[in-house]
Design a protein around this ligand. Structure first.
Ligand SMILES: [Zn+2]
Ligand SMILES: [Zn+2]
Length: 242
C-alpha cells in the first residue's frame, strides 16, 4: 500500500457557527475520527485530535493561530493522537490516567490499528506494528457540569459514560449544538469495548435524547439535525429494551 504525503493527510471543511471539521480521509470511514475546531472570542477549542500519525500543528495552520484548548471526548487512540502538541489539555477525570499513559491496550490501538484501517498508509516511516501514542497528561480534569469557556461561547460538559467511562459530550445551549464524541453518532456504535458499560450507555442515551439539539457533531460520520438525533436514540432505545 502507498504512503500518503503529510500535506495530504488532513482535510479541513468549514461548517456554520465557526465550527470546522478536520479529518483524516485516508483512514476508512468507520475508523476515521472527526476533529472539531471551534472559534471563540478569547480562545479556540479543539475536540479530539486524530490518530497522531501526522502533526496537526505542522500541517493545519488553523490550530496554531490562537490560544487553544484541546479537549478529549474520550481517550481511544483515534481521538487523542495529537493532544501532546497542545499545552492546554482537558479530559474527564475518569480517563485522566489513560491520557497520561496511553498504552495501546488502554486506547484500543490494540487490536484496531493495522494496515487494514487505511486506504493509503500514513507518511513514511509509519508502520502499524510500531504504532504508539505520545503521553499527554491533562492540564485540567473536568466533571459533569463544568464549562469550557471560550469568552463568548460556553460549552457545558455532559458526562456520557457507556462507550468508555470518561466519555464527555459538549453542549452549547445558545446555538443548541452538541459535540457528542463516540456515545452517539450516525453510524455503527461501539458498545463492547473493555471498559464499556451497558447500564451507563443506556442512561447516557436517555439523557442526550432530552437535549433540545439543533445540530450534532459526532466522533465519527457526518453531522445531523435534531430530528435525526431523536430518531437515532429512539431506535437505539427500542433495540435495547431493558
Ligand atoms: Zn471511542
Ligand atoms: Zn472513535
Amino acid at each position: 500500500m502507498d504512503h500518503a504525503r503529510p500535506e495530504d493527510w488532513y482535510r479541513v471543511q468549514r461548517l456554520s457557527d465557526d465550527v470546522t471539521l478536520i479529518d483524516e480521509p485516508h483512514i476508512k470511514p468507520f475508523y476515521r475520527c472527526n476533529i472539531w475546531h471551534v472559534r471563540g472570542r478569547d480562545r479556540d477549542m479543539l475536540v479530539d485530535s486524530g490518530m497522531g500519525v501526522v502533526s496537526l500543528r505542522e500541517w493545519v495552520p488553523l490550530v496554531t493561530e490562537r490560544a487553544l484548548t484541546a479537549v478529549a471526548s474520550h481517550t481511544h487512540f483515534d481521538h487523542i493522537g495529537c493532544h501532546h502538541e497542545f499545552a492546554d489539555r482537558v479530559v474527564h477525570r475518569a480517563e485522566a490516567d489513560i491520557l497520561a499513559n496511553p498504552g495501546n491496550a488502554a486506547t484500543l490501538a490494540d487490536p484496531y490499528v493495522t494496515d487494514d484501517i487505511f486506504d493509503t498508509l500514513p507518511p513514511t516511516p509509519y508502520r502499524s506494528v510500531t504504532y504508539s501514542l505520545t503521553a499527554a497528561p491533562a492540564t485540567r480534569l473536568v466533571d459533569d457540569g463544568d464549562v469550557i469557556d471560550l469568552g463568548d461561547r460556553h460549552f457545558e460538559v455532559i458526562h456520557t459514560p457507556g462507550h468508555s467511562p470518561g466519555g464527555i459530550a459538549l453542549w452549547e445551549a445558545r446555538t443548541q449544538t452538541l459535540f457528542s464524541g463516540d456515545i452517539v453518532y450516525d453510524g455503527p456504535l461501539i458498545e463492547d469495548t473493555y471498559h464499556a458499560d451497558a447500564a451507563d450507555y443506556h442512561a447516557s442515551m436517555v439523557r442526550l435524547f432530552d437535549l433540545p439539539v439543533r445540530v450534532v457533531h459526532g466522533g465519527h460520520f457526518p453531522s445531523y439535525d435534531g430530528a435525526r438525533h431523536r430518531q437515532i436514540i429512539r431506535d437505539w432505545l427500542d433495540a435495547h429494551e431493558r
